[in-house]
Design a binder for this molecule. Structure first.
Ligand SMILES: Nc1nc2c(c(=O)[nH]1)N[C@H]1C(S)=C(S)[C@@H](COP(=O)(O)O)O[C@H]1N2
Ligand SMILES: [Mo]
Length: 443
């Protein structure tokens, strides 16, 4: 593990607008005092002293807004709530890098730059499907288990939802996330570069419960999962992982799955590439070897040095990205800013994140925000005094196995980075010019 040094910032002393423009916070007297105490003796004490002269809260009488002087909108009899009309700029968006390619195999991306906590709202969860979103009636949907089992079984949705449920917070990342930005800047925003990523609380039952009922026969080693969509998407999964933590999921973020996330039933494989979490699940078959489906041979394999291709590269390795400030935003002048982002690892918990503001010469330890769960998005924050000079910022995450997020250069030493390669977990830079404009700095 590289030597990591730095100081921990107090996030409460700063604020940043979630919008494109970021205004430096002129700290109130209270914040100044708190900041001074928090950083006394630390490297940022200088930062505390810096703000001393600039901002003392001025008390002024608030004018009374119209909203205080009239009645608001009454509650309709029945309503599914929607975000404020002032949030209409927050939406999923298709690729802006691959243009004019709309077809049934498509994807849309999560607006990570607008996500406030670790939970992705259901309507903003990225979508990836190979043959469009099917319309499946839960009343007629069936799940079959067969193959190397004592007794083949068929389940209705009613059967499945009668089991006691479990709910777990996990990230979901497509192995194609960031694939357009290995060696040159292609994505203008973090939504485009990292938006094949979401995180929510998934509700369902362990796959092992139903396999127990069917009775797995000795010699079983792999399990097939097949979707009920037009692509009949199918994957082979090692039985140890299936029995360890795989879920049959019907709930997402407190409600039933959205159609695009696999309604009424999907497989969820924690920490592994999104592709294996088969949506619209209809069939489970137990066998003694992998089936080598299209998504295990022609697709979802990684080029390696010497012309070989790696199959079954399931785990999503430790990764992080700064979401604020990020591509397309603008800093409004020198001052104090809070650098914020996400870190995650398919192998466990995030234990540390470092941030650089000088293109990787020096790294400073960021503060991790609770809660910190296994195989789940973790938020980090770092207090930064921008002097107005051009800067390159990036983050580097460490997970509970001790693995440190690599540079693209390091990845290139052990894999072949030719074309649109999957599993990009490299350190990702944003450049800030003297006008405060933030741009993708991949070179
Ligand atoms: N049946 C089925 N399952 C599928 C897919 C699909 O096309 N069909 N796409 C896979 C891919 S490539 C990914 S990244 C995830 C995306 O899940 P999401 O759309 O809920 O974000 O679903 C996976 N499961
Ligand atoms: Mo994917």
């Amino acid at each position: 593990m590289p030597k990591r040094s730095g100081v921990v910032a107090d996030p409460r002393a700063l604020g940043a607008s979630p919008e494109g423009d970021i205004v430096p916070r002129s700290p109130s007297r209270r914040n100044f005092i708190r900041g001074s105490l928090a950083f006394a003796g630390g490297a940022l004490a200088a930062g505390g002293a810096m703000v001393a002269g600039t901002g003392v809260a001025r008390a002024a009488a608030l004018s009374i807004p119209p909203s205080n002087q009239s009645m608001g909108r009454p509650i309709p009899q029945e309503m599914y709530g929607m975000p404020s009309k002032y949030e209409a700029h927050v939406f999923r968006e298709r690729s802006s890098v691959f243009k004019n390619r709309q077809n049934f195999s498509d994807w849309s991306m999560t607006p990570l730059q607008h996500q406030t906590g670790i939970i992705t709202p259901n309507g903003l969860n990225f979508e990836r499907h190979h043959a469009g979103t099917p319309d499946i009636d839960p009343a007629t949907h069936r799940l079959v288990i067969h193959g190397m089992v004592k007794q083949p079984l068929v389940f209705t949705m009613e059967d499945i939802t009668r089991y006691p449920s479990v709910s777990k917070f996990y990230f979901l990342e497509c192995s194609g996330n960031t694939l357009t930005d290995w060696t040159k800047a292609a994505s203008p925003t973090v939504q485009q570069s990292h938006g094949l990523l979401s995180c929510t609380q998934w509700t369902g039952i362990p796959v092992s419960w139903l396999l127990d009922e069917a009775g797995v026969l000795p010699g079983a080693k792999w399990v097939l999962f097949e979707g009920a969509d037009g692509s009949a998407h199918t994957r082979s999964i090692p039985i140890e992982k299936v029995l360890d933590d795989c879920l049959l999921v019907y709930g997402q973020g407190g409600e039933m799955l959205r159609p695009e996330q696999g309604y009424p039933l999907r497989l969820f494989i924690p920490g592994w590439e999104g592709n294996v979490s088969v949506k619209w699940l209809r069939r489970i078959k137990v066998g003694d070897q992998p089936w080598h489906f299209r998504s295990e041979t022609a697709r979802y394999t990684d080029p390696m040095p010497g012309g070989k291709w790696r199959q079954f590269s399931f785990v999503m390795e430790c990764k992080s990205v700064i979401t604020n400030p990020s591509g397309g935003m603008k800093l409004k002048g020198p001052g104090l800013y809070e650098i914020v982002g996400f870190a995650w690892s398919g192998r466990g918990k995030i234990t540390a994140v470092d941030v650089t503001v000088d293109g990787g010469r020096n790294w400073h330890q960021a503060q991790l925000e609770e809660p910190i769960f296994d195989k789940c998005l973790t938020r980090f924050r770092f207090r930064w005094k921008w002097d107005g000079a051009p800067a390159v910022i990036a983050s580097r995450a460490v997970d509970s196995t001790g693995y440190v997020q690599p540079t693209v250069e390091q990845i290139g030493k052990v894999r072949a980075l030719t074309g649109f390669v999957q599993h990009h977990n490299g350190i990702f830079p944003w450049a800030i010019n003297s006008a405060g404009e933030v741009k993708n700095a991949v070179a």
